[in-house]
Design a protein around this ligand. Structure first.
Ligand code: MTE
Ligand code: MO
Length: 209
């Protein structure tokens, strides 16, 4: 039969994976990949695109598109969790493994935070030790294809262990910092740490004063 059966089947499936510890509290499963962007999708031009690393690094560096896409890549399959309560399982990504990427320029010991800077002023902050996990990518392929523009082409970060707003689309710069710098949504009251399994969605903003 119809709709009700589907709804009940999905409920049971969600309950089963929640029991397995895979679906974080307050999340529902989605099959299709939603687009969540503040503002319009920025235009891109691969001829002028670059990625820069700045701050507490041994050698500040810059890559153009040809240089960046000639770096060795890794593929991984992971679950993602958006604070708007959808989770998607088994998403497939390809990109440069962050922990390998940093070897190209060297991170100074004083660096404790990584701030991703994007087209149009979006930013987000993640502790360096979280970025160094073996599941963090600078990703440009999804499901075997180049990212759709809406999903962050040319390049985005992928930080699966945090709510998905910490995975920065249209990445242009990575700042390594001794001090934390809350980003676009963090300043607006979203949780600085954003662990889906602890349901760290929002918090009182205390770092401003
Ligand atoms: N530059 C930029 N990155 C961003 C956003 C954004 O608005 N701008 N939205 C964030 C939010 S809130 C989410 S949930 C994910 C959504 O990624 P998707 O549109 O590929 O699903 O991107 C994150 N990265
Ligand atoms: Mo989001």
């Amino acid at each position: 039969m119809g709709l009700l059966d589907d709804v009940l089947r999905r409920r049971r499936e969600e309950e089963r994976v929640r029991m397995e510890g895979r679906l974080p509290p307050g999340q529902s499963l989605t099959q299709k990949f939603p687009v969540l962007t503040y503002g319009p999708t920025p235009a891109y031009d691969l001829a002028t695109w670059d990625l820069r690393v700045v701050g507490e690094v041994e050698r500040p560096m810059r890559w153009n598109w040809a240089e960046f896409t000639s770096l060795p890549t890794a593929k991984l399959t992971t679950d993602i969790h958006c604070v708007t309560r959808w989770s998607m399982f088994d998403t497939q990504w390809e990109g440069v493994l962050f922990r390998d990427f940093v070897k190209l320029f060297g991170v100074k010991p004083a660096a404790k935070h990584v701030i991703a800077h994007c087209e149009a002023g979006y930013s987000t902050n993640v502790p360096l030790d979280v970025m160094m996990d073996d599941d963090v990518l600078l990703a440009y392929k999804f499901g075997g294809e180049y990212l759709e523009p809406d999903h962050g082409f040319p390049l985005r970060t992928l930080v699966p262990k945090r709510y998905f707003w910490k995975s920065a689309k249209w990445l242009r710069g990575l700042e390594f910092s001794t001090v934390d710098k809350p980003g676009f949504w963090e300043v607006a009251g979203y949780h600085n740490n954003a662990d889906p399994f602890k349901e760290e969605r929002t918090q009182r903003i205390s770092y401003l004063w």
